[in-house]
Design a protein around this ligand. Structure first.
Ligand SMILES: Nc1ncnc2c1ncn2[C@@H]1O[C@H](COP(=O)(O)OP(=O)(O)OP(=O)(O)O)[C@@H](O)[C@H]1O
Ligand SMILES: [Mg+2]
Length: 178
């Protein structure tokens, strides 16, 4: 079974994947697999450009694939890590990113971009709000979803997370300023 661990940059995919690897799961990153299957097209500003469609066709992997493109590999199961955009902004500010790149990613999280893509490309989708969770707790939930724990699956069905409503007060304030 191909399992995608996906989410906006900074939501904790690599941290959670590392824990799951230590717990015995077979884990690879999209970048590792793109290299293995010869699906790297180019390199732009230190980031590899990956031919995701080609990789989706070629990939033969049983385990967890982590990365913000993993849900595009037609996985059987996609688990989307989410983080409150205000908290995500704080996390991403630690990276030396341009303001433009930072806001692009915060907005993508706000607008459920990866969740919507995952719903289009994956067999089954779950989403986890990691904002108040430790990496260990997130790994426990991912483990429960993969093992088919019905209670956990029910709790993390997509559609419950609504950042726009949660940030309503801040948005009101923002609109008034404009
Ligand atoms: N549940 C969490 N609570 C608090 N901080 C976290 C949590 N998960 C990850 N972090 C921190 O957030 C930062 C980003 O985590 P990580 O690199 O795992 O994200 P990522 O989703 O793999 O990002 P990218 O897509 O850029 O690879 C790290 O500094 C990490 O320590
Ligand atoms: Mg990562």
């Amino acid at each position: 079974m191909l399992i995608a661990l996906t989410g906006t940059p900074g939501t904790g995919k690599s941290s959670v994947a590392e824990l799951l690897r230590r717990r015995g799961y077979r884990v690879a990153s999209v970048v590792e697999l793109a290299k293995k299957y010869d699906c790297v097209i180019d390199e732009e500003n230190g980031e590899l450009v990956i031919d995701v469609e080609k990789l989706a066709d070629r990939i033969d992997f049983d385990g967890i694939v982590e990365g913000h493109l993993s849900h595009l590999l037609k996985p059987d199961l996609a688990i989307v890590l989410r983080c409150n955009p205000a908290a995500l902004k704080e996390r991403l500010m630690e990276r030396k990113w341009s303001e433009e790149k930072l806001m692009e990613n915060v907005e993508a999280e706000l607008l459920d971009v990866i969740l919507v893509e995952a719903l289009e490309h994956a067999g089954e989708v779950y989403e986890i709000d990691t904002t108040e969770m430790s990496v260990d707790e997130v790994a426990d939930v991912v483990d429960g979803i993969i093992k088919g724990d019905e209670e956990v699956r029910k709790r993390y069905k997509p559609g419950r997370i609504d950042w726009l409503s949660e940030l309503e007060d801040r948005l009101d304030e923002f609109v008034r300023k404009v």
